[in-house]
Design a protein around this ligand. Structure first.
Ligand code: GAP
Length: 434
């Protein structure tokens, strides 16, 4: 990573920590490698991203929701191929004892540069545990490494209970766990993360068309969150890069501060998963098509994105530093519909007449918006704080407000200020929020 990119990334992480987006997990105990806690603003931003995705996926007649359990029958992971195939090549450095993921073409230890490294061996990325009081082989369970399998095993439950006809999709948001050998870049690659996945069931004949459809749909959704077209890119997987379940795969990559990396994966999984579950469970999972009057195993088009990775990408995309009066102004230019605070109410002084108006305005606005009320410190410092947490608008109540019932709206991006009547603020927000 260049110094400039490293600097940008460190700045983003330090604002995240200072302003209550992200904290290292169990920090008072020295933290736990690769685990992170979302603070008050972080969880709000994360929830906003999940809400946008959920509504985009399920506010249509051909996609339903699901929330499957994290623990699943251990046979699921045999059938899905994760027990045998979900591995990374692990190598050890005989000199510095560093353990690392052996990337293709790597001949030296990434920690000390020694060539004295072991042959790689396969390391399964699934976390293992035991269900119930007996720590026996027969009670072994796994933390799911992807949410997708919960959808496949419920394919017929959902199709029949909801009387759905193919094509249709099932969307799910939930935690997934991978014992990554080398977690990296804070929440970019962690061992516990959240996925938003949608599996779209279609006939084989129509699967290529639906792949193209979802590819475009997903790109449009990401753009609607505020990403710029120039920082998102499609990348086709070559045959030898394909995951064990995929017939075709394409990523949407994002230009993170340290380089271009996968943000979302799109896969044509064929009928791999349903046919494996049919085989391992002994239960028929075929769909009966009333039009063609025949049964078949549908093909699956999958879209899969990590919430945490999206969170980091959107903050990286929105982070800006500007020089204002010889001082650095840091800001997150977040779109108003995902910003964790949508409007800040700031009384200019602590005079009771001003506080009264500001408090009453703030509690009115809270019925509809995410509001922060802040009455302490200089107004300049308060504006800077709101810039740093991405608040698109501040509403300042000053002495004149008591006379003319107006307030000052201050725009985050342009820093422009304008006076509007207090009673028109709600409509102003409605007009200005996409
Ligand atoms: N069901 C398909 C699947 O899981 P994947 O490409 O392994 O495919 C999909 O993962 C998405 O999940 C990735 O694009 C990424 O956004 C997120 N993801 C995967 N592993 C992750 C990790 N260790 N930490 C954070 N996010 C991760």
């Amino acid at each position: 990573m260049s110094n400039k990119s490293q600097n940008k990334f460190s700045q983003i992480l330090s604002v995240c920590k200072a302003r209550g987006f992200l904290f290292p997990s169990s920090e008072i105990y020295g933290g736990l490698n690769s685990c992170w806690d979302y603070g008050p603003l972080g969880v709000q931003l994360k929830n906003n991203l999940k809400k946008q995705w959920w509504e985009n996926m399920t506010k249509r007649s051909d996609v339903t929701g699901l929330d499957a359990s994290i623990f699943m029958h251990p046979k699921v992971w045999e059938a899905s191929g994760h027990l045998d195939g979900f591995t990374d090549p692990l190598s050890d450095c005989r000199d510095c004892k560093h353990r690392f993921r052996l990337e293709e073409g790597m001949t030296t230890c990434p920690n000390c540069g020694s060539k004295n490294i072991t042959e790689s061996r396969d390391f399964n990325l699934m976390f293992k545990s035991f269900m119930g009081p007996l720590e026996a082989e027969s009670s072994t369970v796994y933390l799911r490494p992807e949410t997708a399998q919960g959808i496949y095993v419920n394919f017929l439950n959902v199709q029949q209970s909801m009387r759905l006809k193919i094509p249709f999709g099932m969307a799910q948001i939930g935690k997934a766990f991978r014992n990554e050998i080398t977690p990296s870049h804070s929440i970019f690659r962690t061992r516990e993360f959240e996925q938003m996945e949608m599996q779209f069931f279609t006939s084989k004949k129509e699967s290529a068309r639906w792949f193209d459809y979802w590819r475009e749909e997903r790109m449009q959704h990401l753009l609607s969150l505020g990403f710029k077209e120039t920082e998102l890119h499609f990348k086709v997987h070559e045959k030898e890069e394909l995951a064990h379940y995929a017939q075709k795969a394409e990523d949407i990559e994002f230009d993170f501060p340290w380089g271009r990396r996968e943000l979302e994966g799109l896969h044509n999984r064929g009928d791999f998963d349903l046919s494996q579950h049919q085989k391992f469970s002994g239960k028929k999972l075929q769909y009966f098509c009333p039009v063609e009057n025949k049964s078949y195993l549908p093909y699956v088009i999958e879209t899969s994105i990590g919430v945490d990775r999206l969170f980091l990408a959107i903050l990286s995309s929105a982070y800006k530093e500007e020089n204002v009066n010889n001082e650095t102004r840091k800001l997150f230019k977040l779109s108003s519909h995902i910003a964790p605070v949508q409007i800040a109410v700031l009384p200019l002084s602590k005079k009771s007449a001003l506080l009264e108006i500001a408090e009453s305005l703030s509690s009115d606005l809270q019925k509809e918006w995410f509001v922060e009320y802040d009455s302490s410190g200089s107004i300049g410092k308060r504006y800077r704080r709101q810039d740093e947490i991405g608040t698109p608008f501040c509403a300042t109540i000053d002495f004149e407000s008591c006379e003319d019932n107006k307030l000052t709206i201050r725009y985050r991006d342009s820093m422009k200020q304008e006076r509007i009547s207090i009673e028109s603020l709600n409509n102003f927000l409605k007009d200005n929020f996409k």
